[in-house]
Write a protein that binds this ligand. Structure first.
Ligand code: NIG
Ligand code: FE
Length: 421
């Protein structure tokens, strides 16, 4: 048996607790062990406790000294568009000159410009570009991401993106959970209703029969897919056994959160413009809100979602990066923690719960990841600080020292000489 013990974390943030998403005041309980240690056997957490206790149990194991750093479960990023070609530097500069996301899209930039580059890229090239993105996530302490297709918009190109996601899973230490987002935008060559039919009749059956996705998502928004079109695609996906996520109420209060409630989606994401009714609909159907402050920030908007109201209503809030080339070019969960606290008034503890255990439950993996408890995967990171609140307080650089997946160190590059191994 391969057994390793990590000792002397100033704070071992376990997030141990009920086996379900955390709500209300539970989001503030991180179950921290001071001077904590973990015993890992064959990639799985075998024991958690004080360093003294773990050292006793660890006779014969390899010992790693965490050197008084903070240890957290690996971040779980429940909303990314990780696979795309190129960047959107032109959009970026246009936005700085005052054009809006919608104006830039109408003028030939936006999602469509990334679709053109992604269609033109071969599968190997796309995989190489995506591996670079995967490495960025790992460096920031993220060990699992959800990743959406959506920059192909033809049967072949959507399947190509989903195959790249599968290869990322096989070839990198990052765990990648696939979502089919064929309805990200209608392609220029086709009327939107015709495209909806194609997504339902041709894309979804292939995605499901080739087991290329666990979830289906739709960009439900004026100018993209209206509530009726979104309902059609999502209902078809549900019938085929996919679980649902929805881009809801990002640019306008267009009924996405209510639709998520009606269809009992796993998540409704964005929610910048969602009102009290939408929040009520999510609550009655147990939909988890996934808030994406990086896209509000990068679009230069001040319209952050109503996180406090959602927590007070009892929703199991999640925070994610929305990593994509247009509206949120950041893979950094620590940056999202900073934004969640400063802009949405979440506490650092709530933000951490939202980016680990609550996120794990939206991906159907709450029993395996998201907290450090016996029986769960030993996915965790050490951070070069002594108090978990520093993760949300210092911003704009990575405090990650070492990142572990299934007990193996997959990245190391901290600020101080690294943890002894
Ligand atoms: O989540 N809203 C739709 N999709 C992305 C943006 C994608 C893009 O601009 O390329 C988002 O913000
Ligand atoms: Fe998105």
């Amino acid at each position: 048996m391969n057994s390793v013990a990590v000792l002397h974390a100033s704070q071992l943030v376990t997030l141990a607790g009920p086996k379900r998403p955390r709500v209300g005041s539970e989001m503030s309980n991180l179950a921290i062990i001071r001077d904590g240690g973990i015993l890992i056997c064959d990639g799985v957490v075998a024991a958690i406790g004080s360093s003294k206790e773990i050292a006793r149990k660890a006779r014969g194991s390899r010992i790693i000294d965490a050197g008084g750093r903070v240890i957290l479960p690996g971040f779980i990023d429940a909303h990314t568009h990780l696979v795309f070609a190129g960047n959107r530097l032109d959009d970026f500069e246009r936005r700085l000159r005052g054009e809006t996301y919608e104006q830039i899209a109408a003028a030939g930039g936006g999602i469509w410009s990334t679709v053109q580059k992604t269609r033109a890229a071969g599968e190997t090239d796309l995989l190489d570009q995506s591996k670079k993105h995967a490495e960025w996530f790992l460096k920031c302490g993220t060990t699992t991401v959800e990743a959406k297709s959506g920059y192909g918009l033809t049967v072949d190109d959507e399947l190509k993106i989903l195959r790249v996601i599968r290869q990322l899973n096989e070839q990198t230490p990052l765990e990648v959970v696939p979502t089919f987002l064929g309805a990200h935008a209608a392609p220029r060559e086709m009327h939107v209703d015709e495209y909806v039919d194609r997504a339902i009749e041709e894309m979804l059956p292939r995605v499901v029969s080739e087991k290329l996705a666990e979830f289906c998502d739709v960009f439900c928004e004026h100018g993209y897919f209206d509530v009726e079109q979104s309902r059609k695609i999502l209902s078809a996906a549900k019938k085929l056994g996919l679980k649902l996520r929805i881009h809801a109420d990002q640019l306008s209060n267009s009924g996405g959160a209510k639709l998520a409630g009606e269809l009992k989606a796993t998540t409704a994401d964005h929610l910048e413009k969602t009102d009290g009714q939408g929040i009520g609909a999510m609550k009655s159907a147990n939909v988890q809100p996934v808030l994406l402050p990086g896209s509000v920030y990068a679009l230069g908007s001040a319209s952050y979602p109503r996180a406090r109201e959602m927590i007070e209503t009892g929703l199991a809030v999640v925070i994610a990066t929305d990593f994509n080339p247009g509206s949120s070019p950041s893979p950094s969960m620590p940056m999202m923690l900073s934004l969640a606290c400063t802009q949405m008034k979440m506490s650092p503890a709530e933000a951490l719960t939202a980016s680990t255990i609550n996120a794990a439950y939206t991906l159907g993996r709450g029993d395996m990841i998201g907290s450090l408890e016996p029986g769960k995967l030993a996915n965790f990171s050490t951070f070069d600080c002594e108090d978990y609140r520093e993760l949300a307080y210092w911003f704009g650089f990575s405090q990650a020292d070492s990142v572990y997946v299934r007990g193996e160190r997959v990245w190391s590059g901290g600020l101080r000489p690294s943890a002894k191994n």
